[in-house]
Design a protein around this ligand. Structure first.
Ligand SMILES: Cc1cc2nc3c(=O)[nH]c(=O)nc-3n(C[C@H](O)[C@H](O)[C@H](O)COP(=O)(O)OP(=O)(O)OC[C@H]3O[C@@H](n4cnc5c(N)ncnc54)[C@H](O)[C@@H]3O)c2cc1C
Ligand SMILES: NC(=O)c1ccc[n+]([C@@H]2O[C@H](COP(=O)([O-])OP(=O)(O)OC[C@H]3O[C@@H](n4cnc5c(N)ncnc54)[C@H](O)[C@@H]3O)[C@@H](O)[C@H]2O)c1
Length: 628
């Protein structure tokens, strides 16, 4: 029977990576928050790979941290191996990636949540949203309790009507043996949300005792670990090793021989999977010319012998999985601890959301994470903090926080998903960010910590520290610009040693640093007045000076971009009134309801001619919308 339980300012449904960030943000902003999870053992659970970060995703974690979120600190405290990826390329695409001790990651996040004031964690399955007059009023759970609320953030991940696939074996289920959420989808439909079906998959977890690492290539972590959080000073741990091995023709033959038993081929799986994390059977079909694929053995923690087999996601029947894994060098006698499977789940069309992640139609109702059609822990965490901050600002009747494409990868992510109805799970990649020279992982704090401060998530102490760092960067840049290096014999000897042209006349140190062969550290012998600076400050000074020309060029592009973003489109606009707009554009604009000309220009199906028409219309009707 239903009964009235406590009231909260915010209810967050789901305690995965999105839900944890969302609930922490609202509670830290001082709002009484209830965080619900189907099972408390699912708090910050990683149902797939035991890692945080990676290309593009590492940037997101840095940004979450810069805004005052938890993911960066959590992985810093629980990592067991760390690597900066892409160091052979420019700093814009350097990306941190760390292996986590999966259980330690969950325990620490749960502990932080349990000890955060204003935050209540509860094992309950949300079954119904209570909506009145287009406002969220409460959430009903499976036990009958009705919790009242003013705002709600839905972060249900891959649980909604979850269905598991392993060959012909198919059953209702959530990730990693959890049970699925089978009621909330109907409530979302009743509230007017159109749901779609996506799918994802995971490889087997195998028993380390049955692996022969001597037949694989060892993969070490970095000698010096770069932390994710700007607040972590240093990380000094004994890192574990990962191992690399490869599939071969025998593996591929087993896959090809059993393809007709794959639910991907039989058509049983109707959901669309993530293009950039294909299953091994998809890789073998799609890249038929490749005779091998790489597989990484990643230990799942320090207190377990379970090993995650990266690259071998599959939904073939269990006995086929075991046979194909055993064709791989070092895995001849492998024993499974958990089998690979695919999962299909319901998610909404994120075009139903504003850039704040609030529903366009129901006030106070926000969505974040995989429910919005994205994939990945980091994408989920990034949306979680934005939705949490905005739910808090909504309660405070304050201006919402919207990050644009020139400010953050988080801005790119949200702008992409709300404007384009993606027909596959969305994964962040550096190539999606057009201003990626500005959106580096090293400067996430410079870009976002002032915003985190404004919304109330950055403490006085952290902010003071941040301002000191910023001032130190500016001071050192100025010193290098005004310090001239003279063409003495000593200087030219040092330069020759670095393989760069000697000087014939004096040159500012900053100018010298622009040469590709020269690093900030290497100038030390000819820079006697150099102050003691932190590694972070030195890195920032070097990047900002070295790439100054390119950065300035992107800054100019951003000015143009902002002009279009600032051209607001009034909420009350009636697109059918605008002569010259094509029918397709009218439909798309009516459905997305862009806030600016800039946003309108990124909607697929709205072309430059439509934008020109819209522009002219707004100019001619400025009076009409002056109070809108
Ligand atoms: C098999 C599989 C493979 C994946 N592969 C990867 C991968 O390799 N790497 C990667 O980064 N991502 C992977 N993902 C996706 C990754 O798990 C998600 O992107 C990420 O966890 C999403 O975070 P989230 O917070 O949106 O949801 P989740 O982490 O799924 O958390 C959802 C939370 O909502 C709760 N919940 C759901 N419904 C209700 C309800 N009705 N009431 C109360 N609580 C509810 C759950 O208990 C849980 O706490 C995979 C997922 C699965 C299942
Ligand atoms: N939500 C989903 O549906 C879903 C499903 C599967 C995967 N994913 C995403 O895919 C990502 C995994 O994808 P990926 O396969 O491209 O890998 P990745 O992004 O984690 O790693 C990128 C590259 O790093 C290198 N690398 C990985 N592990 C390493 C190790 N232990 N040692 C040394 N080098 C290593 C490899 O070259 C690898 O291809 C996850 O971060 C996740 O977000 C999402």
């Amino acid at each position: 029977m239903a009964y009235q339980a406590e009231s909260y300012e915010t209810i967050v449904i789901g305690a995965g990576h999105a839900g944890c960030e969302a609930a922490l943000a609202t509670a830290r902003k001082g709002h009484k928050t209830l965080l619900l999870a189907i099972n408390l053992d699912s708090v910050a659970m990683m149902p797939c790979n035991p890692s945080i970060g990676g290309t593009g995703k590492g940037h997101l974690v840095r940004e979450i941290d810069a805004l005052g979120g938890e993911m960066g600190k959590n992985i810093d405290a629980t990592m067991i191996q760390c690597k900066m990826l892409n160091t052979g390329k420019g700093p814009a695409v350097h990306s941190l990636r760390a292996q986590a001790d999966k259980k330690a990651y969950q325990f620490r996040m749960k502990e932080v949540i349990e000890n955060t004031p204003n935050l209540t964690l509860r094992q309950q399955e949300a079954t119904k949203l209570i909506i009145e007059d287009r406002h969220i009023r409460g959430v009903q759970v499976r036990t009958g309790a009705i919790y009242a609320c003013e705002t709600c953030v839905v972060c249900t991940g891959t649980y909604l009507n979850g269905k598991i696939f392993m060959g012909e074996v198919q059953y209702d289920g959530g990730p990693n043996g959890m049970f699925p959420a089978q009621f909330l989808s109907d409530s979302l439909r009743e509230a007017g949300f159109d749901l779609q079906r996506f799918k994802t998959g995971t490889p087997a977890r195998v028993d380390e005792k049955t692996l022969d690492y001597s037949k694989m290539k060892v993969q070490k972590g970095d000698d010096e670990i770069t932390p994710f959080s700007f607040e972590t000073e240093a990380i000094d741990i004994d890192q574990i090793d990962c191992y690399l091995t490869y599939t071969n023709e025998a593996t591929h033959k087993i896959i090809r021989d059993n393809l007709e038993r794959s639910p991907l081929v039989t058509g049983d799986v109707v959901g669309v999977g993530p293009r950039y994390c294909p299953s091994i059977e998809t890789k073998v079909m799609r890249f038929a010319d490749k005779d091998h694929h790489q597989m990484f053995m990643e230990p799942e923690g320090l207190h377990t012998r379970e090993v995650y087999v990266q690259g071998m996601s599959s939904c073939l029947p269990e006995e086929v999985q075991i046979a194909l894994y055993r064709t791989v060098p070092g895995m001849e006698h492998v024993q499974f601890m958990r089998s690979a499977y695919a999962i299909e789940y319901d998610c909404i069309h994120p075009t139903a959301l504003k850039a704040t992640l609030e529903s366009k139609d129901i006030h106070g109702l926000f969505f974040a994470g995989q429910i919005n059609g994205t994939s990945g822990y980091e994408e989920a965490g990034a949306q979680g903090i934005v939705a949490g901050i905005n739910a808090g600002l909504y309660l405070e009747k304050a201006e919402p926080m919207i990050l644009d494409r020139s400010q953050a990868y988080i801005g790119v992510l949200i702008d992409d998903i709300i404007n384009e109805d993606a027909n596959e799970p969305y994964r962040m990649m550096t190539s999606r960010a057009e201003y990626r020279l500005l959106l580096r992982q090293d400067n996430a704090d410079l870009r976002l910590t002032p915003i985190g401060r404004r919304v109330g998530l950055i403490s006085d102490e952290r902010y003071t520290h941040f301002l000191e760092k910023k001032a130190a960067i500016e001071k050192e840049k100025e010193r290098l610009r005004t310090t001239t290096v003279s063409p003495t014999d000593t200087v030219n000897d040092v330069l020759k040693e670095m393989g760069t042209t000697p000087l014939s006349s004096g040159m500012p140190m900053a100018q010298l640093l622009k040469r590709p062969e020269i690093a900030y550290e290497s100038l030390k012998p000819i820079d006697s007045k150099r102050p003691e600076l932190s590694k972070q400050v030195k890195e920032e000074v070097e990047i900002q000076l070295k790439y100054e020309g390119y950065i300035q060029k992107q800054d100019r592009q951003v000015v143009q971009f902002k002009k279009l973003e600032e051209k607001r489109i009034p909420e009350g606009i009636d697109y059918t009134d605008i002569q010259g707009l094509r029918l397709e554009a009218i439909e798309k604009l009516k459905s997305v309801r862009p806030m600016s000309i800039g946003q309108a220009s990124r909607i697929s199906g709205v072309n430059p001619a439509d934008i020109a028409v819209l522009h002219v219309y707004l100019e001619n009707h400025r009076e009409l919308f002056k109070n809108d």
